[in-house]
Every structure is written in C-alpha cells, then in structure tokens.
Design a binder for this molecule. Sequence first.
Ligand code: FAD
Length: 519
Amino acid sequence: MIDTAIKGQLKAYLERLQRPIELVAALDNSAKGQEMRELLNEILECSAKVSLRETDTLSRVPSFAISLPGETPRIHFAGLPMGHEFTSLVLALLQTGGHPPKVEQAVIDQIKSLPGSFNFETYISLSCHNCPDVVQALNLMAVLNPNVTSTMIDGAMFQDEVNARQIMAVPTTYLNGAEFGAGRMLIEEILAKVDTGAAARAAEELGKKESFDVLVVGGGPAGAAAAIYAARKGIRTGVLAERFGGQVMDTLGIENFISVPHTEGPKLVASLEQHVKEYAVDVMNLQRAGKLIPASENGGLVAIQLENGATLQAKTVILSTGARWREMNVPGEAEYKAKGVCFCPHCDGPFYAGRHVAVIGGGNSGVEAAIDLAGTCASVTVLEFMETLKADQVLQEKLRTLPNVEVHTNVQTLEVEGDGSRMTALRTKDRSTGAEKRLPLDGVFVQIGLSANSKLFAGILDTNRAGEILTDKECRTSVPGVYAAGDVTDIRYKQIVIAMGEGAKAALSASEDRIKGII
Ligand code: FAD
C-alpha cells in the first residue's frame, strides 16, 4: 500500500509518538478490506508503540479507528486514507499518540471546553483537496475532547450511504445525524458554528481594540501584502479577514507566482500567514465586515462595522475583499447548491462518475473543467452564453476530440430543476431562436468567472458597472482615507502577483498621504 520512501517517512514521524496507540479495525475479505489490512500492518511495522485489535463492533465495514489502548475510539476512517487524506492519517496517529497539534492555545482551550456531544461524519473523495482540512480539524477536536467523535467516510466506498443521504459534493459533514456543512471549513469556522457563545465573546474582545493607523479588510494576497508594507512603516496595523488566504486557499496548483515554479494554494497561504505574523500585525481572522463608515461621518476616523456587532476604527482603511465564484442567479440554483449545482470540478467531479453533467461557461476554466469531467462522466454538455467559446484555442481543440462532449453556444440558462432533494434538469433558451429546452442532468458545474466582494461598500464608494471599486493609480478610492487593492478593484488583471503589488502600493499610498497631511 505504501511505497518504501513514504514508509521511511512514516517511520520517522511515528518516532514522535509519546505513548502507545491502538488501531481498532473491522475488516472483511473484500478487496478494500484486504487493502486496509495491508495498510494497518504496514503502520504496525513502522512503530512498536502501535498495536492492532480486530473487532466486530464498528458500524462500517471495512473501517478502522485510532485510539489509546482501552479507550472507546473517537477517530474513525471508513475508507483508505490515501491520496490527499494520507496526511490526515499521519496527524491522527501522531496527535492520538500525544504529539502536540500546531494550533493556538486559545483554540485548544475552546475545543476542550465545548459543551455537549458531537458526532461528526465527513464524506470525502480521495481526489478532493479541500477534504483533508475538514477531516483534520474534526479529528483534532476528537483527540482533545472526549465528547467529540470524527469519522472520515470515503464516498466511493460507501455508495449506499452517499445515495441515501443524497450527497453530491465533498466534503459534506454531518453532525449528530443532521447535515452540518459542505465545503472547506477551518477548525475556527467549525468552532464558531458549534460554540454559539463564541461570536459574542469575539465581538466583545474586538470592540475593546484601540484604533488602527491602517486597517486592512481582507486577508488574501492583496491584504497580506498591504499589511506587511504598512507594518514595516512601524504603524499600528490590523487585518480583518473572513478567511485568511482568500481565493488562494481554493487553488490547487500555482505555476506563475514569480520565482516559485510550482506551489499549492494552502502552502502559499501558510507562507503568507507566517510572513504577516513576523510583524506586529493584529490578524483578526474569521471576522466579516458588514459596513464602511467614512471618516467624515465618524469624527475623523474611518469605521468598519463587523457583522458580529463590533466596530473597528482606523485613520486609513485598505479594502482588499477580493472576489468569489459568480453564480448564475437563476431559480433553483441556491436550492440545489451541493445537490447537483457545483463550483469546484476537482472536488466534486468524482461524484458524477458515469453521470450526465453540464458545464456553464466556455472560457478557460469552463473548458478545462469539461475536459476533466469528460474522463469520468457519461456525458458533458458545455453551455456558452456567447456565440463562440472564449477558451484558448488549444483547449478548444482538445475539447472537440472528446466523444462524450457536446458544445452548445448562444444558450442562456433559465432554471435549475429538481425533485426537492437533488437537481434533475436545466431549462435553457436558444438565444437566436428563443426556443426553450429541458436538459435532463445529474449535475452542473458553474464556471462563469468571479464577481467582486464589494456589496458592503455599495453606495459609499464609486464602483464600475461590474461592482468593482474604482481606484486611482495610487489605489485611492472616492472616499478620503479609504484605499482598495486586488480583485475587488477595477484593476485590469486578477492575479496573485498583481494583487500583491496593488496591496503594497495601497499601503505605501496610505502611509505617504498621512505623512503629507493629505488625509
Ligand atoms: P482574495 O484572494 O479574493 O481575498 C479576499 C479576502 O477578503 C479574503 O481573505 C476574504 O475572506 C476577505 N473578505 C471578503 N469579504 C470580506 C468581508 N466582508 N469581511 C472581511 N473579509 C472579507 N492567480 C494566479 O496568479 N495564479 C493562479 O494560478 C491562480 N489560480 C486561481 C485558481 C482559482 C480556482 C481561483 C479562484 C483564482 C486563481 N487565481 C490565480 C487568482 C488569484 O487567486 C486572485 O487574483 C487573488 O487571490 C486575488 O487576491 P485578493 O487579495 O485581491 O482577493
């Protein structure tokens, strides 16, 4: 199961076990059961501190759990945690064995003091790069709190469960038998959902903060760069972010971050965070800004009202709230999100193997998604609003060689239809003839670009028709003391290096304008 090099690494990791741990397994003679037995035996060979006990008391077969000897197991793997999940396995072994987790003490304390019992079940696919974050967060909670259990379930192995629960996107997490969340969630986000008093406590703490010289709203590449540049000027700097890392967290491979030939989104975000934290920057993560109040209406300081009720004040504010997947805005889209309507082909594609899907959008991302999906889906229909596809020629040529792909151009999507629990069809209109059509489908992947996260500034700052904040060459907006950078602005190209450059420029402008007394 594990190749020699990885086994060597696993052996080295397991030397960090501080106490004996037990693998508790319910195995059968199926091919997957045999593979699981092989994997568990290989783990045993890596450390004398690991033992194996077979049982018939686990609810899923084949599956295994990790626990301290004599304890009821709380971390379960119903599936082979290989591929992206191998790290989840290693961390579960180490953390159960007493190796300290890399999370802040406040998070550990919050997990330990959670009131109630929490039985989490997370459906994953081994090709999903968002799934391990959720599995690892829940496993850690199970290690730290005896009232928490966490089970990773490979949807491909437990198809009956997936069908019964109508799961069509991963990761999908259930808590105590009810759907809890879909998509990537960080441990802090999970805690915010289960610990209902946490938001009020956070608001109280934030409300006590002194005003900032520079407050950056948004923690993507633009916000991170702005924070570093501002902090290096020695001025009081804060970063408020709904999710530190922004879109980069959702990016698989990055090959145009200059001087780094290849990296992965979460890896780049970890470096960004580490770099920001080298300076005296107050990072307020998992906090959502709700409203901007100009200095002219707030006694000379710009104010940001948070959704949790707290207000932060600053001499200057840099807005770098980025962008998010654009939605179709048609009836049925919201109702069938993660029940047929998907945005991430890498994550959710495996659930549509052998099924009929459509891709909305004929740009590079749409055509790339269609090529990817055609490898496993029964059929892929590409629907493009304009008369021609916009993707690069080389991608279009590849697409047209695929026998199970159909391309329809000049088509408008009118509605996502469903049976109440999952989507069943798309209603479309031919824009040249006006003829309407019903396409029976199992899923649709929406790939029509991004829209700026600027709703909270609407009516306060000048924006263009696409909702992007208008800025001058120095990143100033139409409101004094407020600057903007990155994908939320009307800057021409939306890329990491460009967002970083703009963030740096916004911080330098804010600092210089203050020195010159412009604001
Ligand atoms: P974002 O990255 O969008 O960050 C916005 C930040 O603002 C986040 O922290 C968000 O949580 C926060 N925020 C939003 N609203 C609020 C609010 N109300 N309150 C508080 N915080 C808020 N670019 C490349 O150069 N190379 C690539 O290979 C590449 N691949 C990509 C792949 C995908 C799938 C996607 C989606 C994008 C890709 N991009 C790539 C584009 C690149 O990721 C963006 O251009 C870049 O992330 C923009 O940075 P930003 O800081 O402006 O915004």
